[in-house]
Design a protein around this ligand. Structure first.
Ligand SMILES: [Zn+2]
Length: 185
């Protein structure tokens, strides 16, 4: 495993990279994975999607009664400058969703909302096979145009909160990235 060292703010921090056991390639940069749609989207039968769902890259409403916005969850990697990032969808109240949509093109920094994060990410999903994914409460800190809002999970005993606060090891980051890139590997 090659290490590159950078001096950032007086601190030595590495760029994340690893040689993948699955595909043999060198994967460089802190892992970043995004879900293109909220999980609830997939509970809608395909032939009903057009009538029931409104979705773009950042906003989704289902039946005009369930509302989601796309956000970023950042998990620090120990000793690495850039965090492990998850592009996730967070459910919103109708009021928050309307306010977020209405001000979407504006500077929304300083504003925010409450939401529920569906924990379906490999390595964090603790649900049994037939069970619904767990939801954890979070604040969503809105941002400037062109930047997605940032998820701040509320304190819970869920491992994702632990990792959000404490970060993950280099090896754990490799394990999570491998599971996302090579789900069958
Ligand atoms: Zn690979």
């Amino acid at each position: 495993m090659g290490l590159r060292w950078f001096a950032i703010g007086g601190k030595q921090e590495k760029t994340f990279e690893f040689r993948c056991e699955c595909c043999g390639e060198l994967h460089r940069g802190s892992p970043s994975f995004a879900y293109e749609k909220p999980f609830a989207y997939f509970t809608v039968p395909e032939n009903e999607v057009e009538a029931r769902v409104e979705i773009n890259s950042d906003l989704c409403s289902i039946d005009d009664e369930a509302f989601y916005i796309r956000a970023i969850l950042e998990i620090p990697i120990e000793g690495v400058e850039e965090p492990f990032t998850w592009g996730v969808w967070v459910s919103q109240s109708e009021d928050s969703f309307d306010r977020y949509s209405a001000t979407y093109d504006d500077d929304q920094s300083g504003d925010g909302s409450f939401g529920w994060l569906t924990v379906a990410m490999p390595g964090y999903d603790l649900s049994a096979p037939e069970e619904d994914f767990e939801q954890i409460p979070c604040d969503v800190s809105w941002s400037v145009p062109g930047q997605r809002p940032v998820v701040v999970p509320h304190e819970t005993d869920h491992p994702i909160y632990h990792d959000f606060i404490n970060g993950i090891s280099w090896d754990r980051a490799i394990e999570l990235a491998r599971r996302m890139m090579h789900p069958d590997g």
